[in-house]
Design a binder for this molecule. Structure first.
Ligand code: ZN
Length: 454
């Protein structure tokens, strides 16, 4: 970990003057950790010291540390960071303070780090009313000709609150801490920002964006591309970190490598340099914020360490995060962002796939009512259950089934499943193939609508 030392020293130098009482900080951090541990036992939020805006007191440090960034964001005290909630507000304020600590320029509304957006959404009738905030900060490039071009590095910081929307344990009513989804991505984003801010300044600028409202249908990134801080014509690439906290379990998966001709080589070199095992997927459309940018003809990458059985459940806690792995992911992303910001020519956009069909009224097209298990399987999507009264239940699908085919299409993984559902409208009749105890079983389902009460 001596790789950390230079950047920490630089950060200390930036703060020369030592305005912060260290003993007090240590005590506050200890309290946070202790109360978090108690909260975990109690299964609910514990009383914590609050600052003037009612947010849990954050540990103050001389440099950004991904481990305590994640611990703060994924603490029960933030109540699962539901878009528009007090917990989201505190998380956003905390992220802005980290940007400030790194010496980055505010890049939100009116000289602030925040970009406010209405959450009530035609994309998703379940989205709350009220206002959420994206958090934006700029590392300005040094080249007068290219500093108006920008590489975006993004990660969403909202999560599911206590559900039920989006939860795979919707009846639990418990705080969903979203440690991997996506406190991990924000922690890696801030670490990448630290690495880039403390290295040689690249020619182009780098914009760091922490999005809200991702869980309700990419609301924050969608708002950003409609109200960009810097023109989209001058946005040369977008790197998205969403769920990067489990590197040790199987390496790094990088989506979007077909969206620019140069990506595969750049990513392979960065991963090899960092000693990270990497798997490629070409698609630039997926269920996260990079989709908003690829839809605007911007080359994208999505970094991901795969789904798991805690996905969208109250058990997605920081204790399961591979924090050493976060540094590696951040280093890979910083390397790629720095090279794209420095290279003389822009990347070469590739449009290799049609955009997904327009979404149905409910935001995600047709509805089947399966509860995916999210533990990786070799092929297909294993079900941990089906929702009562759903099309899946009526078709005879069961817990333990592995879905491998839908309407003649092979379902290799969750992404293929999402794509297949999006390609259909509510009311369509589709053939379903599942593996049950090793045997292929064919079923027929009539798809419902996501917007229906479930
Ligand atoms: Zn999520």
């Amino acid at each position: 970990m001596n790789r950390r030392a230079p950047s920490a020293f630089r950060a200390i130098a930036r703060r020369a003057g030592g305005a912060f009482p260290r003993a007090g900080i240590a005590a506050a951090f200890l309290l946070l950790v202790v109360s978090a541990a108690q909260a975990q036992h109690a299964g609910q939020s514990a009383k914590q010291p609050a600052d003037a805006s009612g947010c849990p007191v954050a540990p103050v440090a001389e440099s950004v540390d991904p481990d305590w960034v994640g611990r703060y964001l994924a603490d029960d005290a933030l109540e699962g960071r539901l878009a528009g909630s007090p917990g989201e507000h505190c998380a956003g304020a905390f992220i802005a303070r980290q940007f400030e600590l790194l010496g980055l320029e505010p890049a939100g509304d009116d000289g602030t780090f925040f970009q406010a957006l209405p959450l009530a959404s035609s994309i998703n009738p379940h989205a709350p009313s009220g206002t959420g905030r994206n958090v934006a900060a700029l590392l300005r490039g040094h080249d007068p000709d290219r500093q108006n071009e920008v590489v975006v590095v993004g990660a969403h910081y909202d999560h599911l609150g206590r559900g039920p929307f989006g939860s795979l344990e919707p009846e639990s009513g418990k705080v969903h801490n979203g440690a991997d989804d996506n406190a991990s991505g924000v922690a890696a984003l801030l670490e990448a920002a630290d690495l880039l801010a403390s290295g040689p300044r690249p020619a182009r600028s780098i914009l760091f964006l922490a999005f809200t409202g991702e869980e309700f249908g990419l609301l924050g990134s969608n708002h950003y591309v409609n109200h960009p801080t810097l023109p989209l014509e001058r946005t040369v690439a977008m790197l998205n970190l969403d769920m990067v906290g489990r590197l040790r379990d199987g390496g790094l998966i990088v989506y979007g490598v077909d969206t620019a001709t140069e990506w595969e080589e750049l990513v392979a070199a960065a991963a090899a340099h960092e000693g990270v095992k990497v798997a490629f997927n070409g698609s630039g459309y997926g269920p996260s914020d990079h989709t908003s940018f690829y839809a605007q003809d911007i080359p994208v990458l999505h970094f991901f360490t795969n789904v798991h059985s805690d996905y969208h459940k109250p058990s997605d806690d920081w204790s399961a995060i591979d924090t050493a792995g976060l540094y590696h992911v951040a280093a890979v992303v910083a390397d790629i962002a720095g090279r794209v910001a420095e290279r003389s020519a822009r990347l070469t956009l590739q449009r290799t796939e049609a955009p997904p069909p327009p979404r149905g009224e409910g935001g995600y097209g047709a509805y089947l009512g399966t509860v995916p298990d999210f533990a990786p399987v070799d092929f297909g999507v294993r079900l941990s259950g089906v929702r009562a009264g759903s099309p899946a239940e009526q078709a005879g699908m069961r817990k333990g089934d592995v879905l491998i085919g839908l309407d003649g299409q092979e379902i290799a993984d969750l992404y293929a499943f999402t794509d297949a559902l999006r390609a259909h409208a509510p009311g369509d009749t589709v053939g379903i193939v599942v593996l049950r105890d090793g045997e292929e079983v064919s079923l027929v389902a009539v798809l419902g609508s996501r917007g229906e009460p479930q």
